[in-house]
Design a protein around this ligand. Sequence first.
Ligand code: FPP
Length: 247
Amino acid sequence: MNLKEQIVKEKLPQHVAIIMDGNGRWAKGKGKFRIFGHQHGVTAVRETAEACAELGVKYLTLYAFSTENWSRPQAEVNALMDLLVKTIQKELPTLNKNNIRLDAIGHLESLPDSCRKNLDDAIKETSSNDGMTLVLALSYSAKWDITKAVKQIAEDVFNGQLKSDDINDQLITKYLSTHNIPEPELLIRTSGELRISNFLLWEIAYSELYFTDILWPDFRRDDLYRAILDYQKRERRFGKTSEQTSS
Ligand code: FPP
């Protein structure tokens, strides 16, 4: 049986989130500029999105650009923004062909106008697709999102729309930019780094974490299948005992 056939459909994660890391090192290893790694990362994005959609994963969230990434050299930031615009334009037919809806989380107002416009258009043009939702985290960081939510909650308490007693786990979730997306069951990080890097901190409270040494531009369908198979072997206890969860 190949890797894909070993995946148990009934135990498929609904939401897979990925920290795509290692583009720069991949390029450096080939004696090229960092952007060469980002360009090749697009192939991994395409393969992963298609594989997830084929399997029946409902949400795939990709950490494409963090709030902190704005501090990279300006030339790399510009090249990444340009790559995003071009990729979104180029991949639009493939998204529609695969019944994938595009969505985005993050401080989208800070993106260059051309990038923002392209993104908004692609989100609109794929809005009726109901196979899988591909969420791009752009100018995103979990601390930014949580801070924004806390500010809004404070304002709503001040305005009398909320009582401080109403504040609980579910209410906070509603104020986050991920409010209409289920929490990821599986979080993958490539490139061997064992960090979360300010990604979905609230939402991954009970996610299974999977780290692989593969650099993002080399990540292919079989690597995704390996991560899902590893996830399917785990016992998710959510703080309960093994006996409680198996009964
Ligand atoms: C991390 O590698 C990767 C990024 C900051 C950008 C990811 C972007 C893409 C794969 C391009 C296109 C994406 C979409 C969704 C169209 P790194 O640069 O931090 O690598 P390093 O740790 O080896 O330096």
